[in-house]
Design a protein around this ligand. Structure first.
Ligand code: PEP
Ligand code: MN
Length: 367
């Protein structure tokens, strides 16, 4: 059961204290508090976990601090919809809104290699009005001898250049809890010219200790990639781990499923799950066409498979695109063969705009 308290409730107020006293005395019920910081107000949500079936909704609604009561199912307690469309979806970050209506493109380097490539990439993005990017500093690799990313060594120039080109947000994968601290320390030292969305890669979707660590902090939102060999339900539960620890600023990313049936693509594209994730949860949904498709191949129509997959996601209502670009793919240290070229960026963005317009028209058609 979920109790939503009156907005901006004072934790010292009699109403709050009396309500909490009552709840804490319920037997077999654990009380878990969750704060939602909105632009205008702070909402306190109280999750009652355990023996809640016998609790009467009207009794709970009568408690002095309570505004609204929602019966929630066991699944995705914080991030789920629970037939309650009034609760807001998404969050504000760095002056940008991330929810199930918004659309942001995070184009950039799969892996940071040189400051020159980072600068060319960011300069090109800025020239095309982009405020977001992806930059990999910590790379999880299948082969232990493969390049593992420059790690914290590249953070100072990545953040400084991001500031120089007015990037509001960088999607950056972390593979260990200590990386959060490294990123935070470096951003602080640089004067916070930009900020980071902590990406959790498909190999770490069920690294529960990493999820808990990212969930314990609220400064940086999380971009959780779907696990490539687990069910959708298992991946959504992984997202709920972040929220259950206190960080509900979570974007869910579809990136294809590992399957021989997807060949010759790197993975089996799974963007038809966009509406499913939107229906089951309140998370914005991202697509990663680069890691789904994994090649620059195109059909006789000259449209690359990556662009086709992107289009499929956008016309289905995707809220974010994570996509690999590189100024010189043959020199890229990771995933060069799937990187788009910088002179393909304007066309790629135009294609997204076309598809977004189509999504909006399709949506109007079905009202
Ligand atoms: C990436 O985005 O660079 C990446 C490694 O993706 P994934 O975790 O989906 O393989
Ligand atoms: Mn990659």
């Amino acid at each position: 059961m979920l109790l939503i308290l009156h907005p901006d409730i004072d934790k010292q107020s009699e109403d709050y204290l009396a309500t909490l006293k009552h709840l804490n005395a319920l037997s077999g019920v654990t009380v878990k508090e969750h704060i939602v910081q909105g632009q205008q107000q702070q909402l306190t949500e109280i999750y009652l976990i355990g023996e809640t079936k016998s609790l009467d909704t009207a009794d709970m609604e009568a408690l002095p601090a309570v505004e609204r009561v929602i019966r929630i199912s066991e699944e995705y307690r914080v991030l789920g919809r629970h037939h309650d469309d009034q609760r807001v979806s998404g969050f504000d970050f760095q002056g940008l809104r991330f929810d199930q209506e918004s659309l942001h493109v995070f184009a950039g380097l799969c892996a940071v290699d040189t400051p020159e490539h980072v600068e060319i990439m960011l300069k090109t993005l800025a020239a095309h009005g982009q405020r977001c990017t992806r930059m990999g500093a910590y790379k999880p690799r299948t082969n232990p001898y493969a390049f593992q990313g420059h790690g914290k060594g590249c953070l100072p120039y990545v953040f400084e250049l991001a500031g120089k080109y007015n990037m509001a947000a960088i999607a950056m994968e972390v593979t260990h809890e200590s990386h959060i601290e490294e990123i935070d320390t470096c951003l602080e030292k640089c004067g916070r010219p930009t900020s980071v969305i902590l990406q959790i890669g498909t190999r770490n979707t069920q690294n529960f200790e990493l999820l808990k660590a990212i969930g314990r902090q609220q400064r940086y939102p999380a971009l959780l990639k779907r696990g490539f060999g687990i069910t959708l339900n298992e991946s959504l539960n992984a997202a709920e781990y972040l929220a259950s620890e206190g960080n509900a600023q979570v974007i869910f990313c579809l990136r294809g499923m590992k399957s021989e049936y997807g060949a010759p693509h790197r993975n089996m594209v799974d963007f038809s799950h966009i509406p499913v994730v939107k229906r089951l949860t309140r998370m914005p949904v991202c697509i990663d066409p680069s890691h789904s498709v994994g090649t620059r191949d195109h059909s006789p129509d000259k449209v690359m498979d990556i662009a086709h997959a992107t289009a499929q996601g956008i016309v289905a209502g995707a809220n974010m695109v994570l996509v690999d670009f590189h100024p010189a793919p043959t020199q890229a240290l990771v995933d060069g063969p799937q990187a788009l070229l910088l002179d393909e960026l304007p066309r790629y963005l135009d294609d997204i705009a076309l598809c977004r317009e189509t999504y909006e028209k399709r949506r109007a058609l079905w009202q």
